[in-house]
Design a protein around this ligand. Structure first.
Ligand code: PHE
Length: 344
């Protein structure tokens, strides 16, 4: 038996453990109820009396050694975990890449537009998407049965007895103009971005929802030249300093005179390409001087105040800017599409 004890002592002295599993195996092997130490103590009972003293001493020494070794191994492994020096943790391995999200392209362009106007003193305003006919149409001078109402393909939520009380999804952001002029008095210089809805069949070129940015400036002596200069400055900031703008006469019930704003094609710089249909110009906004009747609808005296307004489609500008040819991509949330705008 003495020999067996000494063998174990040699084994323990040279034993090393690198992980907590190995330490646990050590404990099971030597210190558990059926472990080697207990077996030896059982065996000890059978040792001849004259041998008991010597073997007993050796056995006790072994017991102390095993307990100390176990303590030492546990400490070593735990300490290792704290210092990250455990061998089963390889710090030189490349880490799993963290994939960063990106802003939606429409958000990127909306933020840029709002930022440019905010530097010109326009504050951001917001309005409801569920709106009454009054704010979406009537106050904006859309006469009852005016064909322009038809053109807007409205989604109605509730039809009322009086047309101006119908509840609908706003078809443009111009409703916020009215709300602003009603609740705040001039001088007003605001930019309003938001989602709008039209009952159109979904295709590459049309959707039932899209986004607009509306601008409104009402004060004493606001002129058509202010409108033109403001939009020219915007176009240069947005598309590059060589950009020119062109105003084409147009019609909106709530502005008079009205103009469509074109910018020189920022893809071909006026040479002619598919995007500008070889004209060198692309349309980006509708605009005009606020119609005096609209000012009156909002209790603003048109003799004292004048103003201009404009509205542009965020999808359209985004498509032009990034060469996107299908409107549906904006609403499908396909990460393969969205991923391309990282860092933009
Ligand atoms: N609301 C118009 C549209 O949706 C755009 C516009 C806004 C035109 C403001 C003139 C002034 O087409």
């Amino acid at each position: 038996m003495l020999e067996k004890i000494r063998d174990i002592i040699t084994h323990i002295n040279s034993f090393q453990a690198e992980s907590s599993e190995e330490v646990e195996n050590f404990r099971l092997k030597f210190l558990s109820r059926k472990g080697e130490l207990n077996l030896l103590f059982d065996e000890f009972k059978l040792v001849a009396n004259d041998q008991k003293r010597v073997v007993g001493q050796e056995l006790n020494a072994l017991k102390n050694l095993i307990e100390e070794k176990f303590k030492e191994l546990s400490e070593k492994v735990n300490e290792g975990a704290g210092n990250n020096t455990r061998l089963d943790l390889d710090l030189s391995l490349p880490s799993t890449p963290n994939s960063l999200g990106s802003l939606h392209p429409l958000s990127i362009v909306r933020k840029r537009i709002v930022e440019i106007f905010s530097r010109m003193g326009f504050n951001s305003e917001d309005g409801p998407e569920i709106e009454s006919d009054w704010y979406n149409f009537s106050a904006l001078n859309f006469a009852e049965n005016h064909p322009a109402r038809e053109m807007q393909d409205t989604f109605f939520i509730e039809k009322a007895a009086v047309q101006k009380d119908d509840i609908l999804l706003r078809t443009h952001t111009s409703n916020v103009q009215i709300r602003l002029m009603e609740y705040k008095k001039p001088p007003l210089r605001s930019i309003m971005a938001g989602r709008v809805y039209r009952n159109e069949a979904i295709s590459a070129r049309a959707h039932c929802q899209f986004h607009q940015v509306e601008g409104l400036y009402v004060d004493k002596n606001v002129s058509f030249k202010d409108l033109k200069d403001t939009l020219l400055h915007f176009a240069k900031e947005m598309f590059g300093k060589d950009t020119k703008i062109r105003l084409r006469p147009s019609y909106f019930p709530f502005t008079e005179p009205s103009a469509e704003i074109d910018v020189t094609c920022f893809i071909c710089h006026g040479k002619g390409c598919n995007i500008c249909k070889h004209s060198g110009w692309v349309e980006i906004a509708g605009s005009g001087m606020v119609d005096p009747d609209v000012l009156k609808n909002c209790n603003i005296d048109p003799e004292e105040y004048t103003g201009f307004a404009f509205g542009m489609g965020i999808e359209r500008i985004t498509m032009l800017k990034y060469g996107i040819n299908d409107l549906r991509l904006f609403f499908e949330n396909d990460v393969r599409f969205l991923r391309q705008f990282k860092g933009a």
